[in-house]
Design a protein around this ligand. Structure first.
Ligand code: SF4
Ligand code: SF4
Length: 412
């Protein structure tokens, strides 16, 4: 906090500041609030908690900051202090502490939510508009949660092949909850494409949520509990890398995990092995194989940079390289490709109207690019963008690069 020189560079491109021009919704303002809380000049209050919750954790401010302040980690620490001082809601405690760390319970909750979404999706418009998910009377796109989850598919032997002799690399796949529960086909495509590139893939069944929902809510005890389970699941594996296909999971595992478990050197070792699947595929030269398949550009594809992939993990070129190498695909860049989509985990549930406004901007930019398909590398962004497109009256599909590669290769 002492490093802040009040230069206001962090306000440039900050979605919440540019939406409100409220100082406390910028990083500089939040740093002042955190300082005042720490000095005792301010007491934790609902108003201050609301200011800290109005942040997408998009890392734009950290990227701009000349003093290299880890703003998002600082806000997380402030939220954790406030959660300790003010407590958290019963629903939050129930979900974060008693469901999230237990994959079987999380799967049951997902299936119950899946049943609720079937009812919501099929309810008459007159009724659906009154549901809490609906924004301004418009129905929200819901995830498909009733399908068999990835973890179960892998346990039944559908995930990946047998250990291979002479594999180029051996990796462990960390799917994350959203891919596990809502996008299992994406997880299968990721593993298959890695295997086709000569990689041996293992899927540790001991893996749990990366901890992002607890960490960003300031529930450090739960985040640590999850971090410990993941370290136990991955630390002793004889693998070259831990592959992720969810930007938020990747950013949390590579950046926040060592903060969650400061005293455990295994956490830093696990964090050091985390790599995005697109980066690994390009490292293995997959784009050269894809480019050698004949076909002319017919399908126009654009790409949305998830904040946690571009600014959190420094990956933005590789997804574009993969897309551009595909036969029958023409890549088109959309305006503001790296502007936050407004999904941001719990943000979309806590601030649905603001979240929908950020989504609107992305839907317009995707439409103006003339794309037939929008690709992104984070299941949370994928759901938010699908909702934004639907709200804008567009039927443009949104998918991960793994799904696009699988779809195009099937048709080639
Ligand atoms: S850019 Fe960094 S140093 Fe400048 S006001 Fe923002 S947080 Fe402070
Ligand atoms: S993380 Fe994003 S939304 Fe939050 S203060 Fe920084 S720029 Fe603004």
């Amino acid at each position: 906090m002492d490093k802040c020189v009040r230069c206001a560079y962090c306000q440039v491109g900050c979605p919440t500041y540019e939406m409100s021009f409220s100082e406390t919704l910028s990083a500089r303002g939040k740093i002042r609030l955190a300082q005042a809380l720490m000095d005792g000049a301010l007491e934790p209050s609902p108003r201050i908690a609301a200011d800290f919750s109005m942040c997408l954790s998009c890392l734009k401010c950290a990227d701009n900051c000349p003093a290299k302040i880890d703003t998002v980690a600082l806000f997380q620490a402030a939220r954790a202090d406030m959660a300790t001082a003010r407590g958290t809601s019963l629903a939050q405690r129930l979900i974060l502490r008693h469901i999230l760390p237990f994959p079987a319970r999380l799967n049951i909750l997902a299936k119950l939510a899946g049943l609720a979404t079937v009812f919501y999706d099929n309810a008459p418009d007159m009724l659906a508009r009154f549901f809490p998910f609906s924004v301004k009377g418009k129905r929200r796109v819901t995830p498909r949660l009733l399908q068999t989850n990835l973890r179960a598919l892998v346990a039944r032997g559908k995930g990946h092949g047998a250990p291979r002799e002479g594999a180029l690399r051996k990796v462990a796949y960390f799917s994350g909850c959203m891919t596990d529960l809502a996008y299992p086909d994406t997880g299968l495509n990721v593993m298959r494409q890695l295997e086709q590139a000569g990689v041996e893939v293992v899927y540790p069944q001991g893996q749990v949520c990366c901890g992002a929902p607890a960490w960003f809510a300031g529930d450090n005890d739960t985040a640590r509990q999850l971090a410990m389970k993941n370290v136990e699941a991955f630390a002793d594996l004889d693998v070259d890398a831990i592959v992720v296909s969810c930007a938020t999971c990747g950013s949390v595992l590579s950046h926040a995990l060592p903060m969650m478990l400061e005293a455990d050197p295994r956490a830093a070792a696990v964090a050091g092995k985390v790599v995005d699947f697109q980066k690994l595929l390009v490292e293995l030269g997959v784009e050269r194989k894809l480019a050698s398949i004949p076909g002319k550009g017919k399908l126009r594809v654009t790409y949305h940079d998830p904040c946690h992939l571009k600014r959190g993990m420094g990956v933005s070129a590789e997804p574009r390289i993969l897309i551009k190498s595909l036969p029958n695909v023409e890549f088109v860049e959309m305006a503001g490709a790296d502007v936050c989509c407004g999904g941001a985990g719990a943000f979309t549930l806590e601030h649905p109207e603001q979240s929908a406004r950020f989504g609107q901007f992305k839907a317009r930019a995707a439409q103006e690019s003339g794309a037939d398909i929008v690709v992104t590398s984070c299941p949370s962004c994928q759901l938010q963008l699908a909702d934004a497109m639907s709200r804008a009256g567009l039927d443009t599909p949104v998918m991960s690069a793994a799904d696009l590669v699988a779809m195009v290769m099937e048709k080639s």
